[in-house]
Design a protein around this ligand. Structure first.
Ligand code: SAM
Length: 218
């Protein structure tokens, strides 16, 4: 499949999905609270390290309806920017977070492969979205993110990981699930090192393992 088709197919898939938490989680809305709890514990640990990241500005990548922003990032950060390619999702995100919420920053209606961050972020959070990028675009995207980190800033990636050595393609939503080793290769190509990684616990047994990686420029 060409790159254009790969991206178009995913965008068309998400265009038909209702703008709800259950919609963006593919019918797994019931795991959202466990997911947020796990993310909070992970973030708390990073904030408790010596010389931790600041909590001024965060970026939520592939933000969907603003689930991660609202329940995880907004309580910690002074401002949260969102980037999301689906227009109805980003509009709903603004409603869910609250249009008049002083913590709601800039909403970028863009795909990650075209997005060029132009601020300095303390935290860039990428969850359940990087499988929609080709390997080359993912490395480029991570390099751009790395350059737009504030002092002590980090990138956190929370993604499904394929159980075997092979990358898995999902024809329904046009996404890939990468094996652990491939993620490491991509981080290396983007010149990022892992500060902390953890597997999310408490999820149903019949879904992919979900890993959290905290990354910093080498
Ligand atoms: C599984 S949902 C996850 C949403 C959110 N990160 C969360 O955890 O609640 C995937 C999201 O990625 C968005 N997405 C898919 N491909 C994208 C791309 N190339 N650039 C930006 N966003 C994309 C979809 O529109 C959708 O909102």
């Amino acid at each position: 499949m060409t790159e254009i088709k790969f991206y178009k197919k995913a965008a068309s898939y998400w265009a038909k999905v209702p703008a709800t938490v259950n919609g963006v989680l593919g019918g797994f809305g019931h795991i959202s609270d466990i997911d947020i709890d796990g993310s909070r514990t992970f973030l708390n640990h990073l904030l408790s390290l010596d010389d931790p990241l600041d909590t001024k500005l965060a970026l939520d990548c592939g933000a969907g309806v603003g689930r991660v922003s609202k329940y995880l990032l907004v309580p910690y950060f002074d401002k949260v920017d969102l980037v999301e390619q689906d227009e109805k999702f980003i509009n709903t995100a603004a409603e869910i977070i609250g249009q008049n919420n002083v913590k709601l920053g800039t909403l970028y209606h863009k795909s990650l492969q075209k997005f060029k961050p132009d601020k300095k972020y303390d935290l860039i959070w990428c969850q359940w979205v990087l499988g929609y990028l080709t390997n080359n675009d993912l490395v480029d995207f991570l390099r751009k993110c790395s350059k737009s980190l504030a002092a002590n800033g980090m990138i956190i990636i929370k993604e499904n990981i394929a159980p075997a050595e092979e990358l898995e393609y999902d024809d329904e939503d046009s996404s890939v699930t990468r094996p652990y080793k491939q993620m490491l290769t991509i981080f290396n190509e983007a010149n990022l090192e892992i500060i902390k990684s953890e597997v999310q616990t408490g999820f149903p047994d019949d879904i992919y393992s979900v890993y959290m990686f905290a990354l910093k420029p080498k």
